[in-house]
Write a protein that binds this ligand. Structure first.
Ligand code: ADP
Length: 466
């Protein structure tokens, strides 16, 4: 056989090879064209790996002593045994022995045959090394895919805006929450590195990292489902709010109650003039108004919770309503030394629940007074009206202690009170704004708040001008 023929035969057979076993089947087939062997064995790591014919094993004793020698020389060697030969053909890459083919033949190999075998062993070595490398890469890929798929975090790699890789968890998350992908892309575009996404009944935290892979930029996104953490956090917050509320409400009730008790006891036990009795009774009356206010808040709150809070609309002069609210809070304003400013003399009539809107304005003014800043020389609460045709805006603004930026979203929550040294001694239940918001929304209006801590607060109520 010519070298060229041998090579084309080799290429043909080798193209069918998919694994180590099929390589030896192919090599055995090609070897037959070079040597008429009886039995062919392949030894890998000192064990029999393949035999042709199947199950025929060449006696180790005939060649075992020569193996180190073949390994060192890395070239085909034939040993005479009686009137036939044992051939040892090393398969190697560089100086590394990969396997040894052992065969028996009755023909004495010529130098040309040895050359062919040398060529075959060299080519097979290359193929074998490649197969092992491919196997290694496949195993490594399978290993890392298994690890990535076992991760309880979703992992996504974006390349040029499209998903290039995602692990099992990420596929599961995206399947269950199809909106997630859009949200992630928006966040990537806005260059945010860490963010949380709230979807119906689920919370996710994400981290985005730019990475270089194969010389090009990719975006690695890690997605973690933090719904249960958030739920625990919420439960803790609710628990804290409940405890605070009970402490607050007890305190709120006790203060007027103690005053009423003390003043009544004094009237009963201490001889007093008519004027003194009148003065004490006024205080008792004012304190009972406070108690009534708290009870009304609680009642409103329970109606709000049971969705039984009702409004009855009637044409209402908003100017009069504001004046009535100012009258209600006047006493408190002088206690806190807060000046109330209201400059609006037009008559403006809107269709609303008069009592409820008065309650809203009274509440906002009360807050502006309660949360006024003692350290400021002039304490002001301003109320203004803006009418833009479709809507009427009632704006209550003060130069009080303000609200920290990270608390502003929460102040309409039930029971929420900003917890700080400044607010510690200021009375309240944390229900006022929750009730106010509900009333405003029942009028199809909206309420918003802006503030700068330590400087000012502005609450805007917008009601439809109907
Ligand atoms: P309460 O007044 O009973 O505490 P609210 O629901 O009316 O409850 O208000 C919730 C919280 O919002 C208050 O405890 C306070 O911390 C904050 N807040 C409301 N209005 C103002 C304001 N004008 N200035 C500063 N903080 C305010």
């Amino acid at each position: 056989m010519e070298v060229q023929q041998l090579l084309s035969k080799y290429m043909l057979e080798i193209s069918k090879v998919t694994d180590e076993k099929s390589l030896y089947v192919a090599v055995a087939e090609i070897m037959r064209k070079v040597v008429d062997y009886k039995v062919l064995n392949v030894i890998v790591h000192s064990s029999l790996f393949y035999a042709e014919p199947a199950d025929q094993i060449i006696n180790e004793e005939w060649f075992i002593d020569y193996l180190p020698w073949v390994e060192e020389r890395l070239s085909p060697t034939f040993l005479p045994v009686d009137n036939w030969y044992v051939g040892l053909i090393p398969i190697f890459k560089g100086i590394k022995l990969l396997s040894i083919i052992v065969l028996t033949t009755s023909e004495e190999p010529t130098a040309e045959v040895i050359d062919y075998l040398q060529l075959l062993s060299y080519l097979s070595g290359l193929t074998l090394e490649n197969l092992r490398l491919i196997g290694f890469v496949d195993n490594a890929r399978e290993y890392s895919e298994t690890v990535l798929n076992l991760s309880s975090d979703g992992i996504i790699v974006f390349y040029k805006g499209e998903i290039e890789f995602q692990n099992a968890k990420s596929s599961e998350i995206i399947k269950n929450y199809p909106d997630m992908l859009r949200e992630i892309k928006t966040k990537i575009d806005s260059n945010e590195e860490f963010f949380e996404i709230e979807l119906p009944n689920a919370f996710f935290s994400m981290s985005v990292k730019k990475i270089q892979l194969q010389g090009e930029e990719r975006i690695l996104v890690t997605v973690r489902n933090i719904t249960s953490e958030k739920e625990v956090q919420k439960l803790r917050e609710v628990d804290k709010i409940k405890t605070n509320f009970i402490a607050n409400i007890s305190h709120e009730l006790r203060t007027p109650l103690t005053a009423i008790k003390a003043y009544t006891e004094t009237i009963v036990n201490v001889p007093m003039t008519q004027d003194e009795i009148k003065e004490f009774s006024e205080t008792i009356y004012n304190q009972s108004l406070k108690l009534e206010g708290i009870l009304n808040d609680l009642l409103d709150f329970s109606q709000l919770e049971s969705h039984t809070l009702k409004i009855v609309k009637e044409p209402t002069n908003i100017h009069d309503v504001i004046n009535d609210s100012i009258l209600t809070v006047n006493h408190l304003a002088s206690q806190y030394d807060v000046k109330i400013e209201f400059n609006f003399d037009q008559d403006l009539e809107i269709n609303c629940d008069r009592k409820r809107i008065e309650q809203v304005i009274t509440n906002l003014l009360t807050n502006s007074i309660k949360f006024s800043d003692k350290s400021k020389e002039e304490r002001v609460a301003k109320i203004a009206i803006e009418n833009d045709g479709d809507f009427v805006k009632i704006i209550v603004e003060d130069n009080g202690i303000g609200i920290p930026a990270d608390k502003i979203d929460k102040i309409f929550d039930k029971f929420y009170r900003v917890d700080s040294d400044l607010t510690y001694s200021i009375p309240g239940t944390g229900l006022g704004l929750a009730i106010v918001k509900e009333i405003v929304e029942m009028h199809n209006g909206s309420i918003s708040v802006e503030s700068e801590e330590g400087k000012w607060t502005r609450v805007t109520v917008q009601l439809p001008n109907e």
